[in-house]
Design a binder for this molecule. Structure first.
Ligand code: GLU
Length: 424
């Protein structure tokens, strides 16, 4: 069978193609002359399958889409405390190049506006790195997100730096407030180079998929940043990624996202997929007109809104039955699905309301796909308490979905691969 997903993407592109509204960014001369008709979309699943349609080979500068990735590198390299001391995480409600600094501290309001992004640019790499070393760290890091070597577009860089009066002004103010510690012109030059990295819509989908996949590039298998950094980065994208349109975006589309003035737009749906679009004409907020329209379609067609509550699945407690007779009888509670806090609570409640009827009691995880950390600890606590109540506990866990099954003080559990191993 040929997958219908490419056909769906092609159909989505043709549904927005006629929209010629908006304009290419004109404050960077090289972008003003870009072909405004280009249009592409790509989707990469969290296990690395890439679908794309349209002008997939068109390369364009990453611009502000570099911001969340460089923020992630800064968090990974310097730690949360150092980065948060310099850049806050509050939506500004202002345009991307506004001077939005916190009144008391002088910190930029968030890392998605230029003032914050120039600051996080200076925080990538180890403390004391030279501008050259830091630039290399950023190119290497963004390349690891993309899974291939990215290159700077020198024409875009020269064009933007020749008119970067506003970013220089921002950097000078940041330096005056001791938010950045180095020469403001060096910081702006490095930041502008970062924004001039060339990407395709497929690169962007893969970069977003790396965020969706807890920081591991799903194609190369390479861990790029830790999961805690991804959580912070996606949270900031969700609240600040679409500039002054962030609230509107979160309610209508509901996918953590970031746009760039060259016309790129990414969205990362945790645990599912990275999505990217490319269309250079921008709306008044600086977001790609047809990119926003495509994301609105994707979210409603594919149910991608992060706040959409999934319908209840089957009960996590699938069955409870006694096998065997006499002293060798064993009661087996069979669990199913993916167990997180609410599922584990259901299991504990079941055991509280209906205590085990046999001395030998087994929890079968054969039909369980995954167990979150808190659910794991809750189940182990149940095992410890049942041991103290005088039961002999077994875990039927052939695939090891419950790692390190140590119930702690007083608890004891025997792990087996099949129910037959314990039924007398
Ligand atoms: N390099 C651009 C700037 O700083 C990025 C802005 C954007 O993509 O929104 O002006």
């Amino acid at each position: 069978m040929r997958s219908p997903i490419p056909d769906y993407l092609a159909e989505a592109l043709s549904s927005v193609e006629a929209d010629q509204s908006g304009a290419t960014a004109d404050y960077i001369p090289e972008l003003a002359s870009a072909d405004p008709n280009r249009l592409a979309a790509a989707l990469c699943t969290e296990d690395g399958r890439l679908y794309s349609q349209g002008d997939v080979d068109a390369a364009f500068s990453i611009q502000s889409i570099s911001k969340p990735f460089v923020y992630a590198l800064a968090l990974a390299d310097r730690g949360f405390d150092e980065v948060l001391a310099k850049v806050s995480v509050e939506p500004s409600g202002d345009a991307f190049n506004d001077l939005s600094l916190e009144p008391e501290t002088g910190r930029p309001l968030n890392p998605m506006i230029n003032a914050g992004a120039i600051t996080t640019h200076t925080l990538a790499g180890p403390r004391g790195a030279t501008p050259q070393e830091r630039g290399d760290r950023i190119i290497d890091g963004l390349s690891a997100f993309a899974g291939r070597r990215l290159e700077v577009d020198d024409a875009v860089f020269s064009s933007e730096i020749s008119t970067a009066y506003r970013n220089r002004a921002l950097a000078n103010l940041l330096r005056a407030n001791d938010i950045i510690e180095e020469d403001p012109l060096v910081a702006v030059s490095g930041y502008t180079r970062q924004c001039s990295l060339l990407v395709t819509v497929e690169d962007l989908a893969l970069m977003a998929a790396t965020l969706a996949n807890r920081g591991v590039n799903p194609r190369t298998g390479r861990p790029v940043v830790p999961a805690a950094v991804v959580r912070q980065t996606l949270s900031v994208m969700a609240t600040c990624g679409m500039y002054d349109g962030a609230g509107d975006w979160m309610t209508r589309v509901g996918i953590p996202a970031k746009s760039g003035v060259a016309g790129g737009l990414i969205g990362a749906l945790p645990g599912q997929a990275g999505i990217a679009t490319f269309s250079p004409r921008l709306d008044v907020r600086g977001n790609s007109v047809r990119g926003v329209a495509l994301f609105e379609r994707f979210t409603s067609d594919m149910g991608m809104h992060l706040m959409e509550v999934p319908p209840p699945g089957p009960s996590v407690v699938r069955s409870r039955r006694v096998f065997g007779h006499g002293r060798l009888a064993v009661e087996v509670v069979s669990l199913q699905g993916s167990i997180r806090f609410a599922g584990a609570e259901r299991v504990l409640r079941d055991l509280e309301e209906t205590p085990p009827t046999q001395k030998r009691f087994a929890i079968s995880l054969i039909r369980v796909g995954s167990i979150g950390d808190v659910a794991r600890r809750m189940l182990l606590e149940a095992i410890a308490r049942l041991t103290l109540d005088g039961h002999d506990l077994y875990l039927i866990d052939p695939d090891g979905v419950l790692p390190d099954p140590d119930p702690g003080d007083g608890g004891r559990v025997t792990v087996v691969g099949r129910r037959e191993d314990i039924v007398g």
